[in-house]
Design a protein. Structure first.
Length: 201
């Protein structure tokens, strides 16, 4: 199982790389659940960290239903991340009925190509996680970040296991989010090479 660290600033990202992270999800604004890092943070991280970095593409906190202007900002940020040489990006979009915004997600995946794309924990706000799983695969995302539609992965373990079992596309990986670092042994429940555990720095 790979170890991913969600770093909410440049210093945390440096420490994560130094102490053995396999990959970094780079964000800003921890109390908002993560938003897009600044250009300066992105530039410094790319210049000084050699392990894969997936910046968060999220123009604001709150829900995952975006205006046309916000959607255009997301497209521009993805293009920037691609130009800067990042290995992947992280985003998620929903409709107001709680379903996956398939059309816009597909457009962002196309903008990101050939980067890996993680559909983030907007997934945990979807009304039907099993239908959402298939829709996200259809859109071309390569990873799904989830804590099993609960605040923490330890609470959502049953849904996570069911999602891993149901997943019928071996190219899509599951990223387990919101695992407390004191419960690292919990990840042994998912001894699967296509599963990643994410911890906050």
């Amino acid at each position: 199982m790979l170890l991913e660290i969600a770093a909410f600033n440049y210093e945390s990202a440096l420490l994560a790389a130094k102490y053995g992270a396999d990959r970094i999800e780079l964000c800003d604004n921890e109390h908002e659940g993560g938003t897009t890092p600044s250009y300066g943070t992105l530039k410094s991280a790319r210049a000084n960290i050699s392990i894969p970095i997936f910046p968060m593409i999220r123009p604001r906190g709150g829900d995952f239903i975006y205006s046309d202007d916000e959607f255009n900002i997301m497209k521009e940020d993805i293009v920037l991340c691609k130009q800067m040489g990042f290995e992947g990006v992280v985003f998620g979009l929903l409709k107001d009925n709680g379903s996956i915004d398939i059309e816009r997600t597909s457009i962002l995946v196309e903008h990101a190509y050939p980067l890996d794309v993680t559909f983030h924990r907007a997934f945990d706000r979807s009304k039907d996680p099993f239908k959402a799983l298939e829709q996200i695969i259809e859109c071309g995302c390569t990873r799904i970040l989830t804590s099993g539609q609960h605040p923490t992965a330890t609470e959502g373990v049953a849904i996570i296991k069911a999602l891993i079992t149901k997943r019928n596309n071996p190219s899509v990986k599951t990223v387990i989010g919101s695992v407390n670092k004191t419960k690292i042994g919990f990840t042994k429940k998912f001894n699967n090479p296509r599963t990643t555990a994410t911890f906050n720095a």
